[in-house]
Design a protein around this ligand. Structure first.
Ligand SMILES: [Fe+2]
Length: 354
């Protein structure tokens, strides 16, 4: 199985994972053979990427920390809770909604503890209309994995998970036309988007069922170490560690997601971009732990090697993630296997679409 952008999908390919619509209802089931009609339906539902089974990726299944069923359930839960909390902003909080989030975080956390060593791998099962909900669920899982890698305690990790799920709840009060705008935002629009941190915090600030730590994540997740963030332009240690974790995971997830107005980056490109352009704004220790928990080249990823040859990743290397085992591709077929740990002069140049 491998991930492919919808533009590269071709008739006759077999769907490796189910695809869901914005109501979390099944749109197309796993194992369906793609027709032009199905491809059109996927595009209409704003699906950007699909998993396919083909000869090239046969037998390659990747382990993911969160299975599809839990992922879809998480997204549906986040959507429901966001709406519920936003609609009750007069102060009549629905305690049940908070409990639902706590249960979800608990479930995510037990999956994380039950699968030590399993790397995080982005899965896109829905269209870009579900972006905010999908993003919130992904940032929560990723932040908790990073926090666990940093050996923070269980209660701390749980609060990080809750804050991460809720971090963008303020966006529910901002017009989707602005949030999804393709053209650059005007200064007025940018100002409005930046208000989401305060709007989110205001929704939760009197809520005793959410810890101050989780609320702090909502308010401060756009602050940057070098003082260039908002709303308070805090810097360095003024920004608590639980906030710094979510900030980095938020950025990483945003650049590796497909949205209607931008092309998504692969994990390796995203990590490189963050390292090159934003590392001075972010916490380096958190970045180091992010590198340890993210699956940079999941099985099924097609890569170009430094000698120009194409290969498909058949096994990750958890100790040295940039050196996976690949199988060379010749005439669209898999040829010899190369473990990059045994060929140190050879390296992955980039990931490619095929
Ligand atoms: Fe945000």
């Amino acid at each position: 199985m491998r991930l492919k952008s919808i533009e590269h999908a071709t008739i006759g390919e077999i769907l490796g994972k189910p695809v869901y619509d914005d109501k979390c209802q099944l749109l197309l089931a796993k194992d369906i053979v793609l027709t032009q009609n199905y491809i059109d339906r996927l595009k209409l539902a704003n699906i950007q990427c699909i998993y396919i089974e083909d000869e090239l990726s046969e037998g390659l299944a990747f382990d993911n920390i969160i299975d599809d069923a839990l992922k879809v359930r998480s997204i549906a839960t986040v959507k429901h809770v966001f709406k519920d909390i936003t609609e009750r902003r007069s102060g009549l909080y629905n305690v049940k909604s908070i409990d639902v989030i706590k249960d979800l975080v608990e479930e995510m956390l037990s999956v994380i503890y039950d699968n030590p060593g399993t790397l995080y791998c982005m899965t896109e099962l829905m269209g870009s209309d579900m972006y905010t909900y999908n993003h919130s669920a992904e940032v929560a899982i990723l932040s908790m994995l990073v926090a666990k890698s940093m050996r923070l305690n269980n209660t701390f990790i749980q609060k990080i998970g809750i804050g991460a799920i809720l971090h963008d709840i303020g966006k529910m009060q901002i017009s989707s036309d602005v949030l999804n705008k393709v053209e650059p935002l005007t200064s007025e629009e940018l100002k409005r988007v930046r208000e989401h941190v305060q709007l989110g915090y205001d929704l939760l600030k009197d809520n005793d069922f959410i810890s101050p730590m989780s609320r702090q994540i909502v308010l401060l997740h756009h602050e940057k170490i070098n003082g260039s963030g908002y709303p308070f332009r805090m810097s360095g240690d003024e920004i608590p560690i639980h906030v710094r974790i979510v900030t980095l995971c938020d950025i990483f997830n945003a650049v590796t997601s497909s949205r209607s107005y931008k092309h998504k980056l692969n994990a390796d490109e995203a990590l490189e971009l963050i390292q090159a352009e934003a590392i001075y704004e972010l916490d380096r220790e958190v970045y180091y732990h992010l590198l340890r928990v993210v699956n940079i080249y999941p099985r099924g990823t097609v890569v170009q090697l430094s000698n120009g040859e194409l290969g498909i990743v058949i096994k990750e290397n958890k100790e040295a993630q940039t050196r996976p085992t690949v199988q060379i591709i010749r005439d669209k077929k898999r040829a010899e296997v190369v473990d990059l740990m045994d060929h140190l002069t050879l390296f992955v140049s980039k990931t490619v679409e095929l």
